[in-house]
Every structure is written in structure tokens, then in C-alpha cells.
Design a protein around this ligand. Structure first.
Ligand SMILES: Nc1ncnc2c1ncn2[C@@H]1O[C@H](COP(=O)(O)OP(=O)(O)OP(=O)(O)O)[C@@H](O)[C@H]1O
Ligand SMILES: [Mg+2]
Length: 228
């Protein structure tokens, strides 16, 4: 994975520089054609440049995530609580019940980076929120939830995040971890959330598994070795 990070970051720099020049020229052009019909076309060019810039930023973040930072003993309990607090507003806004079956009395110490763990949890929970919004749009309006649970497998923990969202079709289930795979409308998703999460968890010698039933919901299991 190190080489992917390297390619991603050098490519991002190589593309970023000329893109900045193109954007500058397009902005200049936009000012020149103020009030004419050409203006609309130049604005489309500008917004498409911004889309590519957004993708490049995501790639750079991904590449950053690929660098090995110092690992330390971190608490999954704390990571989850932090992210849940951060997303409280989203849960209320979307009328999602949070069922947290974590036993906070028991420590959940793993070996990794606290920020990365939060990033993984955030990516996965955001996907659940989006899937629930999608299920509602398709008419399944009631009783939506996200359930968090944890199992102790001796050498590793399994953290499971279950949602009542749209679920995933059989055609898509094998593609979820592919970088840039997304079913979200253009501009809404980059398709890097799960790829990034998998890279992070694998850098801790863990893994992610996803089970899903279309029209019912999805469960994501994150396996992380315990810190010894
Ligand atoms: N909990 C879920 N329920 C239903 N579909 C899901 C769920 N999690 C992921 N998916 C599917 O997997 C695809 C890829 O997810 P991923 O997080 O990698 O990218 P994204 O959410 O589309 O975009 P990004 O996370 O980069 O904003 C999603 O577009 C969606 O189709
Ligand atoms: Mg996502």
C-alpha cells in the first residue's frame, strides 16, 4: 500500500499545479464575459475544475493516511463516544435511534492512531446515515436505527455497526472497497470512504467485513487486534 500512497500524492501534486493555472485563467475569462451567454459555460468549467480539485484533496488525505505514524494504545470506547457526540445533530435531524450495546466498563484497547480510528468510525457511520436517508426516500420511513456492539475474540475485538438503511445489492457488494466506487450522485460521494477505512484498519493488521440485505440493512464488522 505504501507505493499507492506515493503514487497518489505525487500524482495529486502533478495535477494540482496545472489545475490551479487553469482555474485562474477560467476565473479571468469569467470576468471578461460577464453578462454574455458564454458566462454560463465558463461557470460549468469552473465547477468541474473544483470537482477535480476535491477528488485530489481526498487522494492526498488518503496518501497521508498511508504514511505510518507512531502507533499507541488507544481506546475504541473513547473513539466511538467522540464520534457519536460529533454526529449527534445528524442523528437527531434524520430521526435515527442510536442503540449502543457497548459495555463501557470493559476496556477496549487496541494499538493504532486515535485520529485514524475516529476517521474509520466516521466514514462507516456516515455511510449508515446516508443509507437510512435513502431507505426513507424509497418509502421505508419508520423505525430507523444504528446499533453498535462489540465482541471479544481473545486476540482481537470485533466492533459491529448495524443499520436499518437501504442495504446493498448483490452486484455492488464485491466492489465496496474499490477506490472511487460509489453509488452516490455526482458530487455527493467520492467512493474513498471504505477504501481509506480498509487501508487504515489493515495497517493495524485488522480487517473489515460487510454483510448486507437489500431493503433491510447493513452490518459492518471491524476486526482490530488487541494491544498486548
Ligand atoms: N451502510 C451502508 N449501506 C448501504 N450502502 C453502503 C453502506 N456503506 C457503503 N455503502 C455503499 O458503498 C459505496 C462506497 O462507500 P464509500 O464510503 O467507500 O464511498 P461513498 O460513501 O460513496 O463516498 P465517500 O465516503 O467517499 O463520501 C457507497 O456509495 C454505497 O453504495
Ligand atoms: Mg462513504
Amino acid at each position: 500500500m505504501a507505493s499507492i500512497g506515493l503514487i497518489a500524492s505525487s500524482l495529486a501534486h502533478e495535477i494540482g499545479t496545472p489545475l490551479g493555472v487553469i482555474r485562474g485563467r477560467a476565473e479571468y475569462l469569467a470576468m471578461q464575459v460577464e453578462g454574455s451567454a458564454v458566462k454560463n459555460n465558463v461557470e460549468i468549467i469552473l465547477s468541474q475544475i473544483d470537482r477535480v480539485s476535491g477528488l485530489i484533496r481526498s487522494l492526498l488525505n488518503l496518501a497521508k493516511g498511508d504514511k505510518t505514524e507512531e502507533s499507541e494504545a488507544i481506546s475504541v470506547n473513547t473513539g466511538l463516544l467522540t464520534v457519536l457526540e460529533l454526529l449527534g445533530h445528524e442523528f437527531r435531524k434524520n430521526d435515527i435511534e442510536i442503540l449502543n450495546l457497548f459495555d463501557y466498563e470493559k476496556p477496549t484497547t487496541v494499538y493504532g492512531q486515535a485520529e485514524k480510528l475516529q476517521q474509520v468510525l466516521l466514514n462507516i457511520i456516515m455511510n449508515s446515515i446516508h443509507a437510512i436517508v435513502k431507505a426513507r426516500e424509497s418509502g421505508r420511513t419508520q423505525g430507523h436505527f444504528i446499533r453498535f456492539s462489540r465482541q471479544d475474540f481473545g486476540t482481537q475485538y470485533a466492533i459491529s455497526i448495524e443499520d436499518s438503511g437501504s442495504g446493498i445489492s448483490k452486484e455492488n457488494i464485491d466492489n465496496l472497497f474499490r477506490p472511487f466506487f460509489t453509488t452516490k450522485p455526482t458530487g455527493k460521494g467520492t467512493g474513498l470512504g471504505l477504501a481509506t477505512s480498509q487501508w487504515i484498519v489493515e495497517s493495524w493488521s485488522g480487517s473489515i467485513e460487510i454483510e448486507s440485505k437489500e431493503g433491510v440493512g447493513t452490518t459492518v464488522h471491524i476486526y482490530i487486534p488487541k494491544s498486548s
